[in-house]
Design a protein around this ligand. Structure first.
Ligand SMILES: [Zn+2]
Length: 466
């Protein structure tokens, strides 16, 4: 067989190639290298861009190549892989016919050993083509279904906002943001909280992608996203490598995930630090007050800034408010009104116990999964998939629990407020908090009337649970 004098190089980019890093440029480069190695002069490069061969749309360059083969303009074909040439068995037959008609036997692939010169080679190619066609068909069904889901949920087909650290093409790295991301990961692995990281980003005046300030949830979202390790996610599963470069290594990403799992499992058992934690509200803006110590004095204060949507314009001395609220709670325990309210809650409590069991069980399962991933017993994709239903169950149970009445904390106490007054100081903070929480919906703190004046008890208004 004579050496070809005019080889055709065929490249094709399509949606299905995303994730393989096989851009047209790379296909072409590899094909030209092979041509040089074989000593085949390349006469022309044919390139179809972003067209799926499966869809049946015409590929003008491919058609041109078949035409040129028939006319004898080219006498050899080099393609990266058989699946670039065609993904439909019928097209493969057309291609083989074109080769036969032109008596061209020189066809080479950069990857794959298919050989057109023997009957066996043709058989292998036909099988490959049939498999590829089946894959394409099922892939296009899956993609379509996902698009329908997205549309139903109001989600865009493709993320419209660029990811932090990347240009709007979602591929090119923005070096300044990439550096910020690496620092973020380092600091997180060193033990910094999401909140403190958000404050740091704000203080460095790093803009978010949408503009505006940083929130803990934004920081967490960045940290947990596999794309920063160059991993491709489809249908909430890591399915392979993306076409873009990662900003951190896969190993670092794994460490981040392990740290996040560790945090979410230990965070739930954080001790109750203030008697009225989570119960006080700002009389100016309605926001939740946060506990804070200023030297010797404990306070509840309204905060603004990352994570805090308050006005930042109110503080109150913790001890005075706590004494007042405890006094009212103990009094309330002896009122007939409370006994009536509690009777209506009894049935809800049985359910609360069940929800609480679900929360515990789901938490243990998540910890076990994280450990299995950490020890390499399961892959990240499996971890993500397994996590989903458990997390959903956990969140639902937590919501139900939050709505539940907590009235079990009051067992044996109703009607005994007077006695409890004597022993209140012997109860630990957690128990005290639970009793108050069972009765109090929230405590509203009004703003100062005259700054600098002594504590005014009328600023405190207890709103009871129903
Ligand atoms: Zn406020």
């Amino acid at each position: 067989m004579s050496t070809p004098t005019a080889a055709a190089v065929y490249t094709r980019i399509s949606a299905d190639i995303e994730g393989l890093g096989l851009g047209v440029a790379r296909q072409r480069e590899d094909c030209e290298k092979l041509a040089a190695h074989l000593g085949w002069p390349v006469a022309r490069v044919y390139s179809d861009n972003d067209v799926s061969a499966y869809s049946g749309k015409t590929r003008p360059e491919y058609q041109q190549m078949l035409e040129d083969l028939r006319n004898g303009e080219v006498d050899a074909v080099i393609v990266y892989h058989p699946d670039r040439l065609t993904r439909r068995p019928l097209e493969l037959e057309q291609f083989i016919q074109a080769l036969d008609a032109a008596k061209v036997r020189h066809v080479k692939f950069v990857s794959g050993d298919a050989d057109f010169t023997t009957g066996d080679g043709l058989l292998v190619l036909r099988m490959l083509s049939a498999v590829a066609a089946a894959e394409s068909a099922s892939k296009s069904r899956r993609v379509k279904r996902k698009q329908e889901q997205n549309a139903a949920a109001g989600l865009p087909h493709r993320g419209s906002t660029r990811p932090f650290g990347y240009e709007p093409d979602h591929i090119t790295i923005r070096e300044d943001e990439a550096q910020v991301y690496r620092r973020l990961v380092e600091r997180f692995l060193a033990g910094e909280s999401y909140r403190s990281l958000a404050a740091w980003l704000d203080s460095e005046q790093v803009p978010t992608v949408r503009g505006g300030g940083w929130m803990s949830t934004t920081v967490r979202g960045l940290l947990i996203n596999p794309r920063y390790a160059g991993l491709l996610v489809r249908h909430q599963q890591v399915v392979g490598l993306g076409v873009w470069e990662g900003i951190i290594s896969e190993d670092q990403h794994r460490q981040v995930l392990a740290k996040i799992a560790e945090r979410s499992s230990s965070g739930r058992r954080a001790p109750q630090r203030y008697l009225l934690s989570g119960l006080c509200r700002c009389g100016r803006c309605g926001g939740k007050l946060f506990s804070a110590a200023r030297g010797e004095t404990r306070r509840y204060e309204c905060r603004k800034g990352p994570d805090h949507k308050g006005c930042g314009g109110l503080t109150v001395t913790a001890l005075r408010v706590e004494l007042l609220v405890v006094d009212q709670v103990l009094y309330r325990l002896d009122t007939p009104e409370l006994a009536d309210t509690l009777a209506g809650r009894a049935s809800a409590d049985a359910q609360a116990a069940e929800w609480s069991r679900v929360v515990d069980q789901a938490t243990v399962q998540l910890e076990e999964l994280a450990a299995a991933y950490g020890q390499g017993q399961i892959m990240m994709g499996e971890w993500m998939v397994a996590k989903k239903p458990i997390t959903a169950r956990l969140e639902q149970a937590q919501r139900q629990l939050a709505n539940a009445t907590h009235s079990t904390a009051l067992l044996g106490l109703v009607g005994n407020g007077g006695e409890l007054r004597g022993s209140w100081g012997d109860l630990n903070l957690d128990r005290q908090h639970r009793i108050i929480e069972a009765l109090v919906d929230h405590v509203e703190i009004a703003p100062h009337t005259s700054p600098g004046s002594p504590f005014d008890p009328t600023r405190v208004r207890v709103v009871w649970r129903r």
